[in-house]
Design a protein around this ligand. Structure first.
Ligand code: NDP
Length: 448
């Protein structure tokens, strides 16, 4: 498959797509590598993960530049993403020696629990954040003693392939981490149906996530799902309006809106609605959209022509209030766009592009009602100076990751995942490790 630079439409390279037999061969190799990796002394497994993290760090600029070309991410973001893989590997490198079981009091013996690794884990990664999403599955899965096969998105395989090379250079044993580029319905589907893949981690659209979940049900396969979002950025009249408006573009137009956490609905208390729009306008117009390799760029292109068409279709029945800039010429560019009269699809579906709807609300109860009026529940922000309200609204909004007076919500050491149809299970943070193990309870009788 040809790999395209979305900023120029140039062909970068081509990458072979694996057939089902090749996916099977990779799974078989991961299966063979599993017992030795599981039985590697915890300290040695930790050391290898740290070496892998250091290899990523040593290659950080190269990885970032690769992502700029393959995905159109701005260089600043791409450096953060490569650094995130390094950090998440370091974080879970602290885990192998701390994977503690319990000793539970019983009469007539000893009762202990073990956290056993599952075996082969299949990661299905989307095109929007190829590096971090790979790292979020990879690091805890390997730390817990599993082996991993990873399918990158067809559009963005290059950094995943480089990560596999770095793992090998760092001494991660053969078969412990393999990347299998291929089509979702072929390679991804094989991870779902192959009996030797004991867990699937899928990040992508809710529609495909549901198919993956149904497929995994056949074998009661372990599953983590990170799906779409339609997150609300709720601005109350008592908030620091200047700060809320200045940061709102970064909360939705980051990665050109191709972000499951994008705060794509800005809900503004009616009394400050017009003032907020006045403040938002320069922030949107001044956003630097252009060559993602340029240090000054804040937003790059969309991933493909097809995706740009899909994003544009959401404006068919909407009234645009503010339109930012975008370069002419080749590349899948789309200007940051603010809509004040959105159509039904724009209000309910995940656009996954730089389009945001600004919607007025009456009072706190109305804000919560609108925020929750969606099948999704991933993320969101609340802007207010009233700490009681901040806590009330945080508890009432049905979403897995909220931030108060901030537009960001992802940290590798805190749990991440969705309510409702935004997902199942949690990645990152201290507990994600256990999602890659099964608990075994053993009773040892001391009776003579
Ligand atoms: P998909 O859900 O189709 O793709 C995500 C991953 O799943 C890719 O690796 C894809 O492979 C793979 N896949 C596709 N079909 C199957 C299958 N039947 N079995 C197993 N794996 C499969 O997302 P799209 O790329 O089509 O994007 C469509 C929309 O989904 C976006 O516009 C956005 O709204 C949403 N999305 C949300 C994401 C999020 O982070 N929440 C991430 C990506 C998309 P392949 O690359 O070969 O198609």
């Amino acid at each position: 498959m040809q790999v395209i630079d979305p900023a120029t439409e140039d062909v970068i390279t081509d990458v072979p797509l694996a057939a089902e037999e090749e996916a099977d061969a990779a799974i078989a190799q991961a299966r063979r590598a599993f017992p030795a990796w599981r039985d590697t002394a915890p300290g040695d497994r930790a050391r290898l993960l740290r070496r892998f993290a250091e290899a990523v760090d040593g290659d950080l600029e190269n990885l970032a530049r690769l992502e700029v070309r393959n995905s159109g991410h701005t260089i600043g973001n791409a450096r953060w993403e490569a650094g995130n893989v390094r950090d998440v590997l370091h974080y879970y490198a602290g885990a192998p020696e701390r994977l503690l079981g319990q000793q539970i009091p019983v009469a007539g013996g000893l009762d202990v629990t073990f956290h056993e690794p599952l075996g082969v884990v299949g990661l299905i990664v989307p095109w929007n954040f190829p590096m971090p999403i790979a790292g979020w599955g990879l690091a805890p899965a390997l730390a817990a003693g599993n082996t991993v096969v990873l399918k990158p998105a067809e559009l963005t395989p290059l950094t995943a392939l480089r990560l596999a090379e770095l793992a090998r250079e760092a001494g991660i044993p053969e078969g412990v981490f393999q990347v299998v580029p291929g089509a979702g319905p072929v390679v991804g589907q094989r991870f779902v149906t192959h009996p030797d893949v004991r867990k699937v981690v899928f990040t992508g659209s809710t529609a495909v996530g549901k198919q993956v979940m149904a497929g995994c049900a056949e074998q009661v396969k372990r599953l983590t799902l990170e799906l779409g979002g339609k997150s609300a950025n709720i601005v109350f009249a008592d908030a620091d309006l200047e700060k809320a408006a200045a940061t709102a573009p970064y909360g939705v137009f980051g990665n050109a809106g191709q972000d499951c956490c994008a705060r794509s609905r800005i809900l503004v208390e009616r009394s400050v609605h017009d003032r907020f729009l006045e403040l938002l306008e320069p922030a949107v117009r001044n956003l630097v959209v252009g060559d993602p390799g340029d240090e000054k760029s804040e937003m790059g292109p969309l991933i493909s022509a097809e995706h740009r068409e899909k994003v544009a279709s959401y404006l068919d029945d909407a009234e645009v209030a503010i339109r930012g800039s975008a370069p002419d010429g080749p590349g899948f560019w789309f200007p940051p766009t603010v809509v004040t009269k959105p159509g039904e699809r724009l209000l309910t579906e995940e656009v996954f592009g730089p389009v945001v709807a600004v919607v007025p609300f009456r009072d706190e109860a109305d804000a919560v009602r609108i925020a929750n009026d969606t099948t999704f529940g991933l993320s969101g922000s609340i802007w207010t100076r009233d700490v009681g309200r901040a806590l009330r609204v945080s508890r009432a909004v049905e979403a897995g990751n909220l931030s108060v007076n901030s537009h960001s919500s992802v940290r590798y050491w805190t749990p991440f995942g969705g309510f409702k149809q935004s997902g199942l299970g949690r990645e990152l943070g201290p507990d994600a490790l256990h999602a890659f193990t099964d608990v075994k309870n053993v009773f040892i009788s001391t009776e003579e």
